[in-house]
Design a protein around this ligand. Structure first.
Ligand SMILES: Nc1nc2c(ncn2[C@@H]2O[C@H](COP(=O)(O)OP(=O)(O)OP(=O)(O)O)[C@@H](O)[C@H]2O)c(=O)[nH]1
Ligand SMILES: [Mg+2]
Length: 233
């Protein structure tokens, strides 16, 4: 399940690469009517690939969080037993998918995080101020939401069907990328088994980033609201 917004430059390579690493996987692209026509690219590929699916959402309700939520719901409706979520900008490399789902298949975990910060994992080279922001955000999430994972903000993760049902994925609130923390918060609170496996994160080379500092500050507030059981979004 891949939420996309303006990933036309990446999407074809990503889909090909997923099927190389996971030939039997059904690929669900959740696109919010990207102005760059990402979904058109997908529709074209769908003509020849029966393992490819598109959930096309209206741009007026766009958002990484809501797109992910709707994608999980759709994946369950399609009969998925395991769902992997990953970004559409090739930062998350499909070659790690088998390692991500292995602990679920063995029954050793309920959620698996593709982690940049466990031994063997690798982050891209970020400027010092970005590293600092990222480390402070991690510490904050640990303190406020008790997210114990080494990489609580990784959006490359695998879930069992039961996990998605247990956290009642259809009731997720965050519209934006804060959804990644909201989901993990529910997993820990419900006592699910979270495992981390190493991934190497690569910087996007095509398309543009959507994360800005004001957004990050907003997330800190949302984490507090979530912890206090108050509504947000
Ligand atoms: N459907 C949908 N997908 C989104 C939206 N915003 C972001 N995405 C996708 O969510 C994934 C993560 O977004 P990115 O822009 O890569 O965020 P990031 O990794 O923090 O930032 P980068 O530095 O650009 O990599 C990508 O596949 C985006 O295309 C949205 O509003 N709707
Ligand atoms: Mg990215």
């Amino acid at each position: 399940m891949v939420p996309t917004y303006n990933e036309r430059a990446n999407i074809t390579n990503l889909i090909k690469s997923i099927h190389k690493s996971a030939p039997s996987a059904q690929v669900l692209i959740v696109d919010d009517s990207s102005p760059d026509g990402t979904f058109k690219e997908v529709q074209e590929l769908m003509k020849k690939d029966k393992r490819l699916h598109l959930l096309l959402r209206d741009r007026s309700i766009k958002g990484r969080g809501w797109a992910g939520r709707d994608g999980f719901v759709k994946a369950l409706a399609m009969g998925a037993n395991l769902v992997v979520e990953m970004d559409g900008d090739l930062s998350h490399q499909p070659k790690f998918i088998p390692a991500l789902v292995a602990p679920l298949l063995k029954g050793e975990a309920d959620v698996v995080i593709g982690s940049r910060y466990v031994p063997g994992g690798k982050d891209m080279d970020r400027p010092f101020h970005r590293q600092l922001t990222s480390n402070l955000a991690k510490l904050y999430l640990k303190l406020v939401l008790s997210l114990r994972a080494a990489d609580p903000t990784s959006g490359f993760r695998a879930f069992t069907k039961t996990t998605l049902q247990t956290i009642r994925v259809e009731t997720l609130k965050a519209r934006d990328p804060f959804t990644v923390s909201e989901i993990l918060f529910r997993c820990y609170r419900l006592g699910l088994r979270v495992k981390e496996v190493p991934i190497e994160f690569v910087d996007r080379t095509q398309g543009t980033s959507k994360l800005a500092l004001p957004t990050l500050l907003k997330y800190l507030g949302k984490a507090l609201l979530l912890r206090l059981g108050l509504g947000f979004e």
